[in-house]
Design a binder for this molecule. Structure first.
Ligand code: SF4
Ligand SMILES: [Zn+2]
Length: 328
């Protein structure tokens, strides 16, 4: 029986100080979505500011594969995964399926709701076929846990005729919050992975959470900025700021207990401005579903549009003025 059908243990409910481990995080989950291992669960093309400074198209293929073995407190990527390993050739078939339906793009993200170099997710025997599917792209971007950065990354890099980039979840460098995210990672292991990859000509980007649980709004901004600096110091070339969302069961419980509040779009604005001012590399803010971070419906859309333009141009743009500022 799947563990996400069980009731959460009572001791975890409404307790902001509870220790969240694999078992309690699994127990809090709502059911997964139905997915088809023969199909990517989504695919799209969108513009992004490339490493060369130009706005170029990036195809993102959300691959359907076996669930990530880690159980991070804030993660909801498991919702679109299978419980079993997908058959050999399922992943290359999914990529071919998506590429046949997408307009051309210069770069491709193969995002698998987990770690590309988890052999239970992407069979090693599929690497050559995957490399051949994406041979026409200038950059191939995959996600991976720092603990899984090793020889398999190099084997895949060697099969590609293009630049490999690996996106690593740093999440936060806050010394008390990072362990509580149950990511099984330290800042040192992130640093080692980033250095290993850059020593082997693999580009890196970091995912950084804005206002993870247990932090106030101003602390959320401060630690996102500190985490960006840390990532750039470790050799990362691009930081992507993710506003922390609920939706996975555990986060709703933390919210009800007062231990989590989603960040405001104003904090995204502050972090992007600080990140661009560093001039250490590209900085993006994740604008998917950004309406949920609006705290004023009059200026929210204009703030989102400004952030989108700042993502694309990597330049600071004049702030949005609104009557709501008077009350803040
Ligand atoms: S490693 Fe990534 S995919 Fe896996 S649980 Fe953590 S955040 Fe989710
Ligand atoms: Zn407003």
């Amino acid at each position: 029986m799947r563990s996400d059908t069980r009731e959460p243990p009572a001791k975890y409910i409404m307790d902001a100080h509870a220790v969240w481990d694999d078992m309690s995080i699994l127990a809090a989950r709502p059911p997964k979505n139905q997915v088809d291992p023969r199909r990517p669960y989504a695919y799209l093309v969108e513009p992004e500011c490339a490493a060369n400074g130009l706005v170029e198209d990036v195809a993102t293929i959300f691959l359907t594969n076996r669930e990530c073995p880690f159980r991070c407190l804030m993660c909801e990527l498991w919702k679109n995964t299978t419980n079993q390993r997908v058959p050999v050739d399922a992943i290359p078939s999914q990529i071919r399926f998506a590429l046949a339906r997408l307009r051309p793009a210069q770069h491709v993200k193969l995002y698998n709701s987990g770690n590309f170099f988890d052999r239970q997710a992407i069979p090693r025997g599929d690497y050559a076929a995957i490399a051949s599917c994406v041979a026409a792209f200038e950059t191939v971007i995959v996600e991976n846990h720092p603990k899984l950065c090793g020889d398999d990354c190099l084997a895949f890099r060697d099969l590609l005729s293009t630049q490999l980039e690996i996106a690593l979840g740093l999440e936060t460098i806050h010394p008390e919050v990072l362990p509580r995210l149950n990511k099984q990672m330290t800042t040192e292991s992130f640093q080692r992975a980033a250095e290993f990859l850059s020593d082997h000509n693999i580009a890196t980007r970091a995912f950084i959470l804005l206002r993870p649980p247990f932090l106030a709004e101003s602390e959320g901004i401060e630690w996102a900025v500190r985490s960006m600096k840390f990532a750039f110091d470790a050799g990362v070339r691009c930081c992507s700021i993710i506003p922390t969302r609920d939706g996975n069961g555990a986060m709703e419980q933390l919210r009800a207990a007062g231990a989590f509040t989603p960040p405001s779009i104003r904090s995204l604005e502050a972090v992007l401005a600080e990140g661009l001012a560093m001039r250490r590399g590209r900085v993006f803010v994740d604008l998917w579903d950004s309406e949920r971070f609006f705290d004023c419906q009059r200026c929210g859309p204009a703030r989102r549009d400004r952030l989108l333009q700042m993502n694309l141009t990597q330049k600071f743009l004049p702030a949005v003025a609104c009557e709501c500022e008077a009350g803040n």
